[in-house]
Design a protein around this ligand. Structure first.
Ligand code: C2O
Ligand code: CU
Length: 493
């Protein structure tokens, strides 16, 4: 090659290299998340093919209603609780002691029981959790200011501070509460508890009604704090309801042996016409709940957390320790129970239709190169913001193009599942708040937009959420005065 051509080629090559480096530097710089920012200023606004609200996006950033005004009703509360967040040592059933974050000194925090229709008031006090604390009422469709998301609906409550949550409970069922500040770490360390809404009328035969929260402490799986087999005496003929909660970031499988049983409710919503089943393993997604019901037989019954030593044995004398049964086929909520009329369905006219497609992508996340979670092809914070208007009928298609399980949780509303992998739901209506989307599955879900606010929609594998699997559903016209990061150190994930 003549020298001149060689030199020219080298020059072009050099320029390309400089351009490539400059482009990567630009991508890197673009991906950096400022120290303080509003979740409304990021993201790609998506109207789901529906009408653009008056004034468009700028209007709902700068005009309209603030989340702080979306509060529960005034008036005298029927139930008042105080939850004090504090560091404490707690002892697992195995005798091992762990450094925990607690509500009122215990893990799980106290179980709060209220009645449907109650006005509930909870005062959160942070004694000494230096990273700050909030309380999110997982699955309870509270007003937005009571949703407990640091940097979106409130500031994190720092040591010495307090925050009062007030909301009326119109649902019935099993819920839970947990901190939504640095949640990937603080929930793992114990800042959670059960929240049970009982029907107004007490049942005539109350029986045994027990909440069991599955949680893994430093790799030790437990029910409550019990890492082994708990035993309990129950008279044959007693109606039993076991409220199973998964406060971990991965699914938990429960095996119930020695009796036939029904799955009475999922995520705090009763199922219609639940049949008796046996030997099926019930998988509860991270953040999800399942209520199992049966009548206590004469022989012992055992509930086990599959592949662990943790479990509960019920028997007439409270002494039996039946062996763990092997796992059976997985319970399938899409075919269980009996269909019933629903307020909308696959053939409804939707005002907006969104896609929430989960993938992975090479790029930068806050300046860190790697293969990151993506939503609709974008890495956080450039993920979509779904904008809706009050009363819209909204459809969301969730697709998982990754090899991981993603328990997707939308705050503030329950969604009706319409189909999975293109097959319509054939059993009871199913209204999850935490929908486990397995690798390569797709779901079509729908909801009526009736609870104005700015609502997180994220993966409840909190390790994924903090790594960018987080986005927001925004009602047009609602704004937030709070920022993520900054003085208050709001870090919701
Ligand atoms: Cu249970 Cu946003 O979480
Ligand atoms: Cu995930």
């Amino acid at each position: 090659m003549p020298t001149l051509v060689k030199q020219a080629a080298a020059a072009v090559g050099g320029l390309l290299l400089v351009a490539l480096v400059a482009w990567i530097a630009w991508l890197w710089n673009e991906s950096r998340i400022p120290g303080t920012y509003s979740v409304m200023d990021y993201g790609v606004v998506d109207y789901g093919g529906g009408s653009v609200p008056r004034g468009g996006h700028a209007d709902h950033i700068h005009g309209g209603m603030s989340v702080v005004d979306l509060r529960g009703p005034a008036g005298k509360a029927n139930d008042r609780f105080t939850l004090v967040a504090e560091k404490a040592k707690v002892r697992l059933g195995s005798g091992r002691t762990i450094d925990a974050f607690t509500f009122n000194g215990t893990v799980p925090g106290p179980e709060l029981r209220v009645k449907q229709g109650d006005l509930v008031e909870v005062t959160l006090v942070n004694k000494d959790v230096s990273s700050g604390v909030t309380i999110h009422w997982h699955g309870v469709d509270v007003p937005n200011a009571d949703d407990g998301v640091a940097g979106v609906t409130q500031n994190a409550v720092l040591p010495g501070q307090r925050y009062v949550y007030r909301f009326r409970v119109n649902q019935v069922g099993t819920f839970w509460y947990h901190t939504h500040q640095v949640s990937s770490k603080e929930v793992a360390r114990g800042l959670y508890g059960a929240f049970v809404i009982e029907p107004r009328e007490a049942p005539t035969h109350p029986g045994l009604d027990l909440t069991l929260i599955a949680h893994t402490f430093d790799a030790f799986p437990a029910l409550g704090l019990d890492t082994g087999l708990g035993v309990r005496a129950v008279r044959p003929g007693t109606p039993v309801r076991l409220r199973l909660v998964d406060s971990d970031s991965t699914p938990q499988r429960f095996v119930l042996s020695g009796t036939r049983f029904r799955v009475l409710a999922l995520d705090g919503t009763d199922l219609h016409g639940p049949q008796l089943i046996a030997n099926e393993t019930v998988e509860v997604p991270a953040g999800g709940r399942a209520d199992l019901g049966f009548t206590m037989p004469r022989a012992p019954v055992r509930l086990s957390l599959d592949q662990t030593r943790a479990g509960l044995a019920l028997s007439p004398d409270g002494k039996a320790e039946p062996p763990a049964a092997p796992a059976g086929p997985l319970f399938d909520p899409t075919t269980y129970g009996v269909p019933a009329p629903t307020p909308f369905g696959l053939s409804s006219h939707f005002d907006r239709r969104f896609e929430l497609s989960i993938g992975q992508k090479f790029g930068f996340l806050d300046g860190k190169p790697g293969r990151h979670w993506s939503i609709d092809g974008h890495v956080y914070p450039d993920v979509p913001i779904f904008v809706v208007e009050k009363r819209d009928l909204v459809e969301v298609t969730i697709e998982n193009h990754t090899h991981s399980v993603h328990p997707m949780h939308l705050h503030g509303q329950h969604v009706l599942v319409l189909s999975r992998d293109g097959r319509p739901i054939s059993g009871s209506p199913w209204w999850p708040d935490t929908l486990e989307v397995k690798p390569h599955e797709s779901y079509v879900v729908a909801f009526r937009a009736e609870n104005p606010g700015i609502w997180m929609d994220h993966c409840h594998n909190l390790v994924h959420a903090v790594a960018g699997l987080t986005m927001h559903l925004v009602y047009a016209g609602v704004t937030t005065p709070f920022d993520v990061g900054g003085m208050a150190d709001n870090e919701p994930e």
